[in-house]
Design a protein around this ligand. Structure first.
Ligand SMILES: C[S@@+](CC[C@H](N)C(=O)[O-])C[C@H]1O[C@@H](n2cnc3c(N)ncnc32)[C@H](O)[C@@H]1O
Length: 276
């Protein structure tokens, strides 16, 4: 999208003319086609000018880099929490291919904060892995709260169980092992939730949503992780099934009258939905 879209003030005329010209040429460039109608220097100029213009207009988003990310990730309430650090280290030892499944530090804090802010007493997580997000949700729960965790993997969730015990939260969390859709279908009648965190099989997200929504209390929250799909969305049609499923769900949620939804650029994208 043209960077000025939706902005309030007016950029200097010369800048606009230059941006329109470069923007049109950028539109011709198709990533992956191997062809670019603009030079690297022009692209750099465009990006520099676009950021300067955004600063002039009032920035609508900030692109992260490693330093900025370390800054934001370090400056959060539980940044020095030893147990979360231990769990991240133990998960990292499983290898990068596996450990990348874990939510990010600031996502964890965000989950604790939201859970506490809405005074959640009943929550459900789909996709528990080694337990980082579940630990954060359970910590944010009011006394007497109950978190149900769904996952199909016994080995990874054994680590989660260990950390729930270390945190003395084992009485608050119940793990249900098995395929998530089947487990959701078998939930006890009348069981309702204040908060749901969805982070399992991306192509099943919509099915989880439809099975869960009737059980979410009005004003309750549903959060979906990885909804920016590694930044590959928003650039035309998607072929890959996971990307297509995520894209379709983002579009559905934006128009779904049953919820109020906002897609946040936290980590790999969080869809935050409030049940109306
Ligand atoms: C991205 S990880 C979850 C990360 C976790 N939220 C955390 O913070 O560490 C996804 C998890 O979902 C589980 N999973 C994937 N597909 C599933 C399914 N169809 N049913 C149940 N669990 C599933 C995997 O076993 C894995 O542990």
């Amino acid at each position: 999208m043209f960077p000025y879209a939706g902005a309030r003030g007016k950029p200097p005329l010369r800048g606009v003319v230059m941006e329109v010209r470069l923007h049109i040429r950028l539109q011709v460039f198709k990533p992956g086609s191997g062809k670019s109608s603009i030079s690297r220097a022009e692209k750099g100029l465009f990006m520099r000018h676009a950021s300067a213009s955004l600063a002039f207009m009032g920035t609508k988003y900030v692109a992260l880099n490693d330093n900025l990310y370390s800054y934001l990730s370090g400056l959060r309430s539980d940044a020095s929490d030893r147990l979360l650090q231990q769990l991240r280290a133990e998960t990292a030892a499983l290898g990068e291919e596996v450990s990348k499944c874990q939510v990010s530090d600031e996502q964890g804090t965000f989950l604790s904060l939201l859970t506490a802010a809405i005074g959640a007493k009943s929550a459900i997580e789909i996709g528990t892995f080694t337990g980082y997000s579940s630990l954060c949700i359970a910590r944010g729960m009011a006394t007497g709260g109950r978190l149900i965790c769904l996952d199909a993997n016994e080995e990874w969730t054994a680590i989660a169980r260990k950390y729930w015990s270390k945190a003395r939260l084992q009485d608050r969390i119940e793990l249900r092992l098995g395929p998530a859709i089947q487990t959701l279908r078998q939930l006890e009648p009348g069981l309702a939730f204040d908060l749901a965190f969805i982070d399992a099989n991306k192509t099943e997200y919509d099915a989880y949503y439809e099975l869960l929504l009737p059980r979410i209390r009005p004003n309750g929250l549903i959060l979906f992780d990885n909804m920016l799909w590694g930044g590959r969305l928003g650039d035309g049609p998607v072929e890959e099934p996971t990307g297509r499923a995520i894209d379709a769900l983002n579009r559905k949620l934006a128009k779904d009258p049953r919820v109020e939804a906002v897609l946040l650029s936290v980590a790999d994208g969080i869809q935050l939905c409030r049940k109306r």
